[in-house]
Design a protein around this ligand. Structure first.
Ligand SMILES: NC(=O)C1=CN([C@@H]2O[C@H](COP(=O)(O)OP(=O)(O)OC[C@H]3O[C@@H](n4cnc5c(N)ncnc54)[C@H](OP(=O)(O)O)[C@@H]3O)[C@@H](O)[C@H]2O)[C@@H](O)CC1
Ligand SMILES: Nc1ncnc2c1ncn2[C@@H]1O[C@H](COP(=O)(O)OP(=O)(O)O)[C@@H](O)[C@H]1O
Length: 277
């Protein structure tokens, strides 16, 4: 059965800090950055993960990107890595990792995704982390776990699942999750969230203000931030998609991706107080 994504379905599972919570207990999120000229997407994702409540957020970047990222972050931490193996070792302490935004369409990204999949962290894979597997999707699906999340827009979806969209978006997302054996978030004006066990929800509250560069990067950080706080990956994806659209509607005209993390506390507070958001 296809459900409409409604806060009633996941509101009670949102992770709020308790009186004794410390930052590490709240959850640790890693975000993998691209090269020095492609760091904005990772910073958008990392900030969104921090805003949605991950207690510790760390960007992992190629060595040449340190000098660019370090002056552009405060609470977010930074670790350089030189090889995919080194990256996999560094993320051992992380609960969830976002990889793909502005990662680059080359073998480095393939190697990074595959190495990360062997770590214990749940993965949120977006953008280049998906597109780089065009024509070789089996290599991606072979390393995924059921708590990993793929977040394609329709262009990226077509690269991984050629022709599948002809079945209709809901059926396509369900079949994609079955093939990938992971959560699939098929983004768009309506976003479909499907799990390999057959759960599927359609988010009908999409905000057209989201049609601007970088909002998908923010969404990947929000999903990762909730998973890092040990929310079930499917519920985390559903909650993040809804909150993302709610924040966009609250801001309205003039929204750019950077604004989402600044207005998100209003959405979170409404959910925390338990009133109608
Ligand atoms: N601040 C930063 O650092 C940012 C960095 N970013 C990073 O830049 C990199 C490249 O990003 P990108 O936008 O060029 O790649 P991508 O989205 O694959 O578009 C390529 C083609 O795909 C199609 N297509 C696109 N969307 C579609 C849709 N919804 N539905 C259907 N089709 C769609 C469309 O084809 P067309 O329709 O034009 O034929 C389009 O021309 C990537 O790493 C990303 O993470 C961005 O996140 C922005 C902020
Ligand atoms: N017209 C629209 N209505 C509702 N949501 C939209 C619309 N256009 C884009 N979005 C949302 O904005 C985000 C865009 O993500 P994506 O295409 O990956 O962009 P980017 O790669 O620039 O971050 C997705 O969450 C998508 O669902």
């Amino acid at each position: 059965m296809i459900e409409t994504n409604d806060p009633a379905l996941w509101r009670n599972f949102l992770p709020w800090p308790g009186a004794e919570t410390h930052k590490h207990a709240r959850g640790r999120l890693g975000v993998v950055s691209g090269r020095a000229h492609q760091t904005g997407a990772a910073r958008l994702a990392a900030r969104a993960g921090l805003r949605i409540g991950a207690g510790v957020v760390r960007i992992y970047c190629p060595p040449d990107a340190v000098a660019v990222i370090a002056p552009a972050i405060e609470a977010i931490m930074l670790t350089p890595f030189a090889t995919a193996d080194a990256l996999a070792r560094e993320v051992e302490e992380m609960d969830a990792v976002v990889v793909g935004p502005a990662a680059g369409l080359d073998e480095t990204t393939v190697n990074n995704v595959q190495a990360l999949a062997l770590s214990g962290a749940a993965l949120v894979i977006d953008a280049d982390g998906l597109s780089v597997f065009k024509g070789r999707s089996a290599e991606l699906f072979a390393v995924l776990d059921r708590d990993d999340v793929l977040t394609p827009h329709e262009g990226e979806f077509e690269r991984l699942f050629p022709g599948l969209l002809r079945k209709g978006r809901e059926s396509a997302a369900v079949e994609a999750a079955r093939r990938a054996q992971a959560i699939v978030v098929l983004k768009g004006a309506e976003t479909v969230i499907a799990a390999p066990d057959g759960r599927v929800r359609v988010n009908r509250t999409g905000s057209p203000w989201l049609a601007t560069a970088g909002t998908g990067d923010v969404l990947s950080g929000m999903i990762g931030g909730l998973i890092a706080q040990r929310m079930d990956s499917f519920d985390a994806a559903c909650a993040a998609v809804w909150i993302h659209a709610d924040a966009a509607d609250r801001f309205g005209p003039g929204l750019i991706a950077e604004d989402l993390s600044e207005v998100m506390p209003q959405s979170l507070k409404a959910l925390w107080l338990g009133g109608e958001p």
